[in-house]
Every structure is written in C-alpha cells, then in structure tokens.
Design a protein around this ligand. Sequence first.
Ligand code: ASP
Length: 582
Amino acid sequence: MYRSHNCGELRETHQQSQVTLSGWVQTVRDKGFVVWADLRDRYGITQLIFDEERSSKEIMEIAKSLGREFVIQVKGTVIERASKNPNIPTGNVEVLVSEIKILNKSLVPPFTIEDQTDGGEDIRMKFRYLDIRRNPVKNNLIFRHKVAIEVRKYLSDQGFIEVETPYLIKSTPEGARDFVVPSRMNEGQFYALPQSPQTFKQLLMVGGMDKYFQIVKCFRDEDLRADRQPEFTQIDCEMAFVEQEDILNIFEGLTRHLLKEIKGVSIDKFPRMTYDEAMKKYGNDKPDIRFGMEFGELNAIAQHKDFGIFNEAELVVGIAIPGGAAYTRKEIDALVDWVRRPQIGAKGMVYAKYNEDGSFKSSVDKFYDQEDLAKWAEVTGAKAGDLICVLSGDANKTRTQLSALRMEIAQRLGLRKKNEFAPLWVIDFPLLELDEETGHYHAMHHPFTSPKPGQLELLDTDPGAVKANAYDLVLNGNEIGGGSIRIHDKQIQSTMFRHLGFSPEEAKAQFGFLMDAFQYGAPPHGGLAFGLDRLVAILGGQETIRDFIAFPKNNSGRDVMIDAPAPIDDLQLKELHLKLDL
Ligand code: ASP
C-alpha cells in the first residue's frame, strides 16, 4: 500500500495515528539536527519532520539527501506542529517520519513548482507535466472537469444521449481548412478530421436519436489568432422536432445551470438581440453588455455641415467615455493614435469634451456649435464629464473600429469585471456573408442552416438580406456557442448549395450522403455547439483557453513538449503513397 492518506488530508483529529504518505518533495529545510520537508500531491501539502532525537541516523541521512521533486514514501506518526501554518489545511500537524523510501529521484526541475513560478511560458510548455504539478494549472484542469460533469448531468437529465462520432471523416464545412490524414489502405485518398460533427449529428437526427450531445474534439487548420487552438473541444448538441425557441430555452437552461452550480450566480431570462441591433449598438455580433457605452449614430445631425470628412462618410458614429472630459490633451492624442494603429485602422478620431459646467469643447469647433454638440451628447448618451469619441467612414469598418475602442476603454476603466456575467442571445443572423475578396457569398454559419420562413425567394434577388434561423450565445463579449435550425429538405438543401456556388456534381460528391438521408424521412431538427475551452476559461475568470487545456499547442500550432508536428520517415511516406515536393 503506497499510502493510507493523501497529502491534503491530515488534521488534528489524526494525531498519534500511524500513517503512510506518498508524494513529491516540494521543499527541504535542513537545520542540521532537524529536517523539515513538505510533501505534495494533488490534494495538498503535508509537513514531514525528521529529527536527531527521534529519527534514526539512517533516516536523517536520507532526509538530508532529498532533492526537490523526489518521489518518496514515508511512514510515521501524526503529531501537533510546534509552529502552526494557518495558510494550509494540514497546517496544524506534521508527520514524524519513522520510515522513508525514495521511490524515484528527480533532476532539479527547470522552474520552481510554485504558484508564482520563475518559469516563462515556453519552458513551462516544454515541461508541461511539471507545470501541471503547480496549483494554478492543476486547479484549472479540475475546474474544467467540474464544468464537464455539470454539462453531462444537465443534458442527461434533459434526455440527451452522448453519442461518439468518427474523427476520420470527409470535410465538414465550418469555414476553416481541414486537417487531412492520408489513408494507407486507400491509395491516394485522404480522410479529413472533423471541423465539427455537424453532418453526423444531423444524421443522428435522421436516425431518430432525438436528443444528442457530445463533448468532442474539433480540428480546424486556420491561422492561429490569439487564443485559438487547432484542436479544441465543443459541447455539441442536436435535437429533433424543435424550433429555435426550444433550443434557446434548453441551452439557456444549461448556461444558467453552469453559472449557478459553478459560480453561484443566478441569472434570469437572458436578453435577446438581433444581429442587426448588435451591430448597430455595439458594432459587434458578440457584444459585451456588462457595461453601456452604446453607439450613437450621428449622420442625421453631424452631416450636411461644412465638415467634409463626415459628409463623405457612410456612417458617423460615436460613444461616450465616462469621465473622459478630464483627459489631458496628451491622453486624448494617445487615444487618437490608438485608433489609428494599423490593427484598428481608423483614419482619425473626432472628439468632444462635455465639460462639468455643461459646455462643450471639441476638435471640430469650427464646424459645430454648442447646440450641435449637445445633440451629439444626447445621441451618444454622454453626461457632463464625459468624452464623446466619433469615428466615420465605411459603415462596417467604422463599427468594427469603434467597437475595438469601446472594448479597450472598458478594459482600461475596469468595466469588464470578471465576476460579473452578462449572457445574451444574438439571433437572426444573416444567412450569407459576402466575401469581399472573391465577391462570392458564403454561408455565415454553415450551409445546413435554414433561412427564415418565407425568405427563400430573396436568395435570388437580394442574397445578403436573407436572415437565418441562426443564433449565438454570447457571454461577456465572447461567443460561447452558436447553432441553427437546419434545412431538412433535399430540395432546399440543393438550392442552398447552388447559391453557395456548388455545382450539383460537387454538392453530390461532398454531401450526397446527407441529401440522400434527407430522402428517408428527415425530421425537422436544429442544434448548437458551445466552445468548452472558452466557456471554462470565462467561468474560471481567466483570459486564455490554453490555461485550461492539459497539453495545448503554441501559436504556431506546435506541441513543444512532444515536438509535433514532425517529419515522418521515408518508409512511412512510401506506405502512405506520399512523395514530398518541398
Ligand atoms: N457545427 C456548428 C459549429 O461548429 C454548430 C452548430 O451549428 O450546431 O459552429
């Protein structure tokens, strides 16, 4: 028996009992005649004591030879500690060691296994198994487990069945590139790893499973923007015989359950906002509504004066920064520089201070009088003491730029409080999105999403205006998940493929199996998927999903610990019928 108790378990009530513990040596303090060592495992830390009077010479010697991260087993008696440590649960006791065995030695770890470590990100990722011994990482993994368990509990209680779907499949269109896997047995042919189980879950609905879920890995080969992983985890769900309302209710319930169980936060009905409204008010389809600073559109009041820049703009739009009237000239210039950075891309920024005395001072006083500026304040909701910041230009771009400014300011003002949770549904997404480079439309969600009833005809005349039965759940400015009511009719699905530029042959080659299935009694169905990594990170009050993934990849998609991806040898290439041409 390696242990009778774990290292987080012993209390005063265990005094005088004989125990066996196993774990890692966290620290050793050698005072000559006494040696203390902290023994650590997943459950906590217990202090061990060895002393000349009570421990044998042999044991003292071993104690003195212990190094950090040695794995040891000890037997001993639980005794009261002379100087107690109120900071740890076992802090009132220690174990007087009577037997010790070194189970395994350790090299000196490349960084300290402490909450505040001296190891930078790169070295911690290379030795991730050591990093996982640290509380912050360990606790995040335990936290993730708790969330996953609550998800499974809730969905099972609602009658969902977890069904696994294959990883070696054919392309699923979720808008990214596929990772592909060559097939040895089928010369010259490749599997694709699923970007999501989308088509399979729809087939499960045709198969009558009615309510499906799966906590599942998805694979997307995309340029890794900050905090994305090429493989990530979804809570993937699908339901038959449902309308949008049914789905929103179930998954609002799931989110509410998680907030309650994990964070102790109760939230009433989640607000709903159409995509158009979200774009208009926040310039963003995943608005952070923990704070205000809603957009005010100024075209009607700021155009047709003598200010050419505004007159030529498709959109003139502003926000009010609380307390911003107190900013110095230098601070405002810095803001202007911020929006002009290439990442944001605004040409400039007009501003108006709404002074505490009720007067206005703007960067465009030449064109706008006090009365004009008072109207700006009204539209942007500015109060005395605020700073009105205005951007102008192409509507979409300007909204995106102002949204970035809004988020930046909120961050600086501490308005993005991590223990505040503001979920909402964004609904009525456009069905199609114009790719400005190619001039073609592609599915905004995916090609299986159904248009709103009665809008099919619009596809021919005004494709950009067609709205979909598609929805996203947004939490604190992050898209937690999204889904749609699907097309379940072969004809409509073919029409959709045609509009997306697939020839009938291409559609058949890629998705014939799904359209065939639709001919055998496909029920109306819909679903969604939540990103588990992001959800866990937000519930955990942290920024990066990497911190909640045991073995994440870096920004170049590499696992630096196992050193992957890596070349394969010639024999393997040959077996796979592959030739490299680099
Ligand atoms: N498959 C979709 C996605 O990965 C989710 C869904 O439509 O259910 O985003």
